[in-house]
Design a protein around this ligand. Structure first.
Ligand SMILES: O=C(CO)COP(=O)(O)O
Length: 254
């Protein structure tokens, strides 16, 4: 069965109430057939989650950009899975490279968060990606497979993989304007699927969505969306521009 195309918009620490209004109005005007056939998800900063959830058409999902693995307690500044569920937030971006590099999230922490999200009924957009130095040192696959291994250990069953989207975001392509070529992204996506087939199962490898993130924009999304192994996008900067993001959400497959 064809994997359902997924487009996520990660606002990062950007936006305000005016953007909430502009973006939600714009996305609500997308074609109903498109909304029914794809997963479109936006990840605003925590303070805007409820406003975005309330304003958006129910066919469009809302994601947190992070969560804490513990259910509650003395964790100042953190947000639990239960709180997200309470606000009707069904998705979370986990292990984004900015969390890993700027907030010292180790593979183990990312895995714990993925496990907590799945256990609590939140769909995980689990991010992996190599830095430029790692790519240049020929360590791309070593790094990606290590990150995947930790994530895979947190997914308790084949069925649980239905609630995981893997986002391949090469760090050198994030916010740099240097998009991976369709061939570079395809090479990695194919390798990740092979890894899943060998280390999890052929069924999981066939069904799990592997999306690409890193300088995706309204111009380059068309070529990337044609690649069979690219099941969608995680978009940063361009997700803040309503017309560009709508173009990306609508990018035709082959
Ligand atoms: O990090 C990203 C999405 O999570 C990608 O960001 P850019 O699209 O701004 O490169």
């Amino acid at each position: 069965m064809a994997r359902r195309f997924f487009v996520g918009g990660n606002w990062k620490m950007n936006g305000d109430q005016a953007l909430v209004e502009t973006l939600t109005t714009g996305l609500n005007s997308l074609d109903e057939g498109l909304l029914a056939s794809r997963d479109l998800v936006v990840a605003p900063p925590f303070p805007y989650l409820t406003a975005v959830r309330t304003a958006l058409n129910k066919h469009i999902g809302v994601a947190a950009q992070n969560l804490h693995a513990k259910a509650s307690g003395a964790f100042t500044g953190e947000v639990s899975v239960g709180m997200l569920k309470d606000l009707d937030i069904k998705w979370a971006v986990i292990g984004h490279s900015e969390r890993r590099s700027l907030f010292a999230e180790a593979d183990e922490t990312v895995a714990e968060k993925v496990g907590a999200a799945l256990a609590g009924g939140i769909e995980a957009i689990a991010c992996i990606g190599e830095t430029l130095a790692e790519r240049e040192a020929d360590k791309t696959f070593e790094v990606l497979f290590r990150q995947m291994k930790h994530i895979a250990q947190a997914v308790s069953s084949e069925a649980a993989w239905d609630h995981v989207v893997v986002a391949y975001e090469p760090v050198w392509a994030i916010g740099t304007g240097k998009v991976a070529t369709p061939e570079q992204a395809e090479e990695v996506h194919v390798a990740l699927r092979k890894w899943l087939s060998e280390h999890v199962s052929a069924a999981v490898a066939a069904k799990v969505r592997i999306i690409y993130g890193g300088s995706v924009n309204a111009k380059n999304c068309g070529d990337l969306a044609k690649i069979a192994d690219i099941d969608g996008f995680l978009v940063g900067g361009a997700s803040l521009k309503v017309d560009d993001f709508k173009t990306i959400c609508s990018a035709p497959r082959a």
